[in-house]
Design a binder for this molecule. Structure first.
Ligand code: CA
Length: 502
């Protein structure tokens, strides 16, 4: 099979992207010759586009040409004017409800059953802090637990400390304070913590333990200001951890239906291949998971805003569509108060990777949601009440979206990247999926799945999507450990806080 020079997604597209760098003067298709060198992943004009003319990729208008662009020319981010985002007040819903999703071969998995809710993919002792002030003490205690206590309990994978910047010095009664408080409340119920949670409080902080958990008895809560000196604090944490680890050590994986699995999808450091290789592969895997009964969450408001009408078509009811509209408006307003809009999203790396603007980025980003119907729309860090494909309206920032999905209860995240990021989370394994083979070659020991083979014509989307589906289940079962998990590349938990800090 000859490797293609370019990828054109829809027949109506008047641009294609370069699979590799293309030299000037190359005839890429009959009658179309490159006028200059086209960098990898960047756009080539397939027709003369006059000033003001539409530039079309994915069958959608990415923008209007700011200058005449000749056929065979390179189109970069300086040549497009951004159109207005879709109106969210009058969206059609339910007009694209797909019922023939690809059927998965595996319909069960080995996980840790919980008394209620979704099952765990890992068996962790979770230690949640109520305030930043306790982090130093908790980290010292955690090191000692890992060194002296954890080895006695081989069935426990690790201990996970949820450190964060919230808890005090914040306007705790501000309306939007409900967002970080909800995140911390829900992280206490995380399926990978098996119900044996520990909460560490300072004592005088604004976020009092009872605001995030009903487990405020002496078996679950340690308040540092109640102890005489540092060593006694650490001793109390170690003693409680010992008891909880003994209980967690009794847990075993059981065969469970896919309906007990909740996973998240995210992308970061995207390029122009993300939307044709990595994200659609993730979408195919997502469709298989949903067809098998699992729940899959996707997010990132600014990266769906320009394609939100396409999501509305997949909403199963007016109620779900109205929630989608409500979340978009909340975010539009949030950005407007900061005197920006969704065009503030793309990064220098995205642009270097050929993504000219937020519309192009969004069209690629949405692909990771596959084609399944959307059964529920959530505010950031809410827990799903329905099974199937869920949209959770979080920021797109990797280190904010991740913890937000974690608070919603995801037990594994699939993370698509074009430019590369070593990102990971302590509380749930993160599978890294790249859009280009060059990325895999640059970071062979950080990228778990390479989707670049699709652009090279070596594998189909369906083959890659099925491979990723199997990788997701192998990871959920603990048979495969993604690189980020093996190296413990755990990012700080940056919980979304749209409320004022005092
Ligand atoms: Ca992201």
């Amino acid at each position: 099979m000859t490797e293609p020079l370019y990828i054109r997604i829809k027949p109506e597209d008047n641009v294609a992207i370069a699979v590799h760098k293309i030299a000037a003067g190359t005839e890429i298709m009959p009658g179309i010759v490159t006028r200059e060198e086209i960098p990898q992943a960047h756009k080539i004009a397939l027709a003369d586009i006059p000033k003001g003319g539409a530039i079309v990729r994915y069958g959608v208008v990415l923008g209007y040409a700011l200058q005449d662009i000749a056929c065979g020319g390179w189109i970069n981010e300086h040549m497009l004017e951004l159109p207005e985002p879709p109106d969210v007040d009058h969206m059609e819903f339910g007009t694209n409800i797909r019922t023939d999703l690809p059927k998965p071969e595996r319909t069960t998995w080995m996980g840790y059953r919980n008394a209620e809710g979704y099952a765990g993919t890992r068996n962790y002792l979770g230690i949640v802090t109520t305030v930043q002030c306790v982090e130093g003490v908790v980290n010292v205690a955690a090191d000692r637990i890992r060194r002296d206590i954890l080895p006695k309990y081989p069935n426990v994978d690790d201990i996970v400390v949820i450190n964060h910047a919230y808890g005090c010095g914040v306007a705790i009664n501000a309306p939007e304070a409900k967002v970080p408080i909800r995140a911390l409340t829900n992280i206490c119920k995380h399926p990978n913590f098996g119900g044996e949670l520990m909460v560490i409080s300072l004592g005088c902080e604004k976020l009092q333990p009872e605001m995030i958990t009903d487990r405020t008895d002496a078996d679950h809560l340690i308040v540092l200001q109640n102890y005489k000196g540092f060593e006694n604090m650490v001793r109390a944490i170690l003693d409680m951890a010992d008891k909880k680890l003994a209980k967690l050590n009794e847990r075993r994986r059981e065969e469970l239906p896919l309906s007990d699995l909740l996973i998240g999808m995210q992308c970061g450091g995207s390029d122009a291949f993300s939307g044709v290789t990595a994200n659609p592969s993730a979408g195919y895997a997502s469709d298989m998971l949903v067809a098998g009964g699992a729940t899959v969450m996707f997010s990132e408001v600014t990266e769906v805003r320009d394609g939100v009408h396409l999501l509305a078509e997949r909403c199963v009811s007016k109620e779900v569509c109205d929630r989608l509209s409500e979340e978009m408006k909340w975010y539009d307003n949030y950005l407007a108060e900061g005197q920006v809009d969704r065009s503030a999203n793309p990064t220098p790396g995205n642009k270097k990777g050929g993504l000219s603007n937020i519309i192009e980025k969004a069209m690629g980003s949405i692909a990771k949601s596959g084609t399944a119907p959307i059964v529920e729309v959530l505010s950031p860090a809410e827990r799903p009440s329905r099974k199937g494909l869920i949209y959770a309206a979080t920021p797109a920032s990797d280190i904010v979206c991740g913890p937000s999905q974690l608070a919603s209860g995801i037990t594994l995240q699939v993370f698509m990247t074009g430019r590369g990021t070593p990102y990971g989370m302590a509380a749930a394994p993160v599978i890294k999926v790249c859009s280009r083979t060059d990325m895999k070659e640059l970071w062979p020991d950080l990228i778990d799945v390479n989707c670049g083979t699709i652009a090279e014509g070596k594998q189909t989307l369906e083959e890659k999507g099925t491979e990723l589906f199997n990788c997701i289940l192998d990871t959920a079962e603990g048979k495969y450990k993604p690189y980020a998990e093996s190296y413990k590349l755990n990012n700080y938990m940056c919980f979304f806080n749209p409320a004022p800090i005092t």
